[in-house]
Design a protein around this ligand. Sequence first.
Ligand code: MIG
Length: 634
Amino acid sequence: MRRYVFGQPIETEAVVNKPQVCTDSMTELSVYTDERFPLNFATTLDAEDIVYGLGENVRGINKRGWLYTSHNSDDPNHDEGKHSLYASHNFILISGQRHLGVFFDTPGEVIFDVGYNHYDKLVVSLPEADVEVYVMEGDSDLAVIREFRQIIGKSYRAPKWAFGYGQCRWSYMTSDEVRDVVRNHRENGIPLDMLYLDIDYMDAYKDFTINPATFGDFDALVSEMKEQNIHLVPIIDAGVKKEDGYDFYEEGKKNGYFCKDENGEDFVVGVWPGDCCLPDMLNDEAREWFGNGYKFLLDKGIDGFWNDMNEPALFYSRKHLQEVFDAVGDFARGNLDINRFFQFKDLMSGISNNEEDYASFYHNYKGQKVRHDKVHNLFGYYMTRSASEAFKRLVPDREVLMFSRSSYIGMHRYAGIWQGDNKSWWSHLLMNLKMMPSLNMCGFLYTGADLGGFGDQTTEDLMIRWLSLGIFTPLMRNHSALGTRFQEVYRFDAVEQMKGIIQLRYRLIPYLYQAYEKAINEDTMMFYPLGMVYPEDTTARRIEDQLLVGDDIMIAPIYEQNAAARHVYLPEDMRMLRFRGAELVEECPLSQGHHYIDMPLGEVCIFVRNGHQLQLADIVESVADLDWDNLTFV
Ligand code: MIG
């Protein structure tokens, strides 16, 4: 492991075990300045090289052939044309003749040209020449990953119950609606451990409040849910409503805990509550204060949270909105030719998440005034860190579920993430699968995507297939957006099939949790690309739609509508277990090589590696009832 320092990098606290700075010049990558960027790192790639990494991003497990950037943003259109999502995970691993890992630690922008302009070249460019670069080499991909994980510290450990099934919706509007959803699960015998509360449980979207009209009996609700082994998991948004008399806002204002504009006034942005101020998550004192806000809900017995809008997402800033209003008048009065029309249109569509806004407010980071855009990618990380540090202070004995939308490497020590606002598209089911190993490399183990898809309309078959993948991901949550078709499983004709699949999840929890704990303890992965486990097998190295889960099993989910079978490649002899719902209906030894395997809706095939075993628990309705000692071994 070698650590190189360029310029004056801003400390991110991604790395906890820092090796001495290496003062020799870098040999593994060529370092240069060109007319476009002050700092570039480049290396040639062999034809067979795979480039892994970059955590949460679009496209393949092998990142080769595209351009990626590090810029956390709230954009629900996760299509192939994108270059980034909600997170910046600047770790890459070149796998081929050599195994070379590189981590670019900077909160600023990093551009990864992974064989995009030239297929045989990797070029990493920085618009600002301040970065710490960690370079590691090893005998295998997994050895490099272990080295990397050892410097960034152990991953967050979620409670066991967080491996249960969770139901979410934007939003369940009243406590009675929550009761109803839970009752429908229990009456149908559909296992459930978590019920998520989206923004409407709050009073006018104010953090650390409860809507008295719709959730007036919140305390009773929490205890009723507890009796049924259901954890209520409320959302927390990054922006704090700017409203006189709202105590949390008043406190933040009085103590100067909000991000400031260039004149030292609180910077005002629009998010769900309307005008908001942004807590200065990078300021130690403000972070402690924001974390203490969670106490309001912890005191009510809450033990799980999800942090949202922490890129931070800005619908508008007051300042920019005023500029837009002024300009609109000019457009309305002037002669609107076609160019002016498009200028007008761009002005409107550029109101949200505007780059100039991100360059218009300031943090107080380690005693320095720092402009937000310089540390942008750290905001979600530090918000979530604030919560997690508060849990350790306030409820040291309580295991708390915590996951965030935005992240940066380092946050993996404090929480998990969900994969953001995907859509009810088959391609996003596949993207969910492909993102798992990429995230694992970067330390994010507790993760999953919105099952069934968040935006757009799901279908029954998509829901079934997505559940059939989701039973393997640590975070198993069904979530959908406002205005979309309701997708709680009891609403579908195929409820029995879906229920069976969720029951299978519960049978798998002991296996999954040990694989998860092992990945934490041994700084390894829970979801492996085949090529990392069978590096000599050139076919296995190219496969992107099958994964190993833990050390013992392989999965090969269906991700196409109307497909009833699929090609599966076995890198070694394996035993196929076919489940119809939760029930094991067939065991079949299969030899190494190519197979075409029937997988009708409602059936899940698991491939057990030669000489390995899979343990299965009995079916239960919540994790609390799991018998971890009496397992069936296959
Ligand atoms: O602008 O709280 O990703 O899970 O349901 C949308 C409403 C805000 C985005 C989150 C999504 C959540 C939604 N939120």
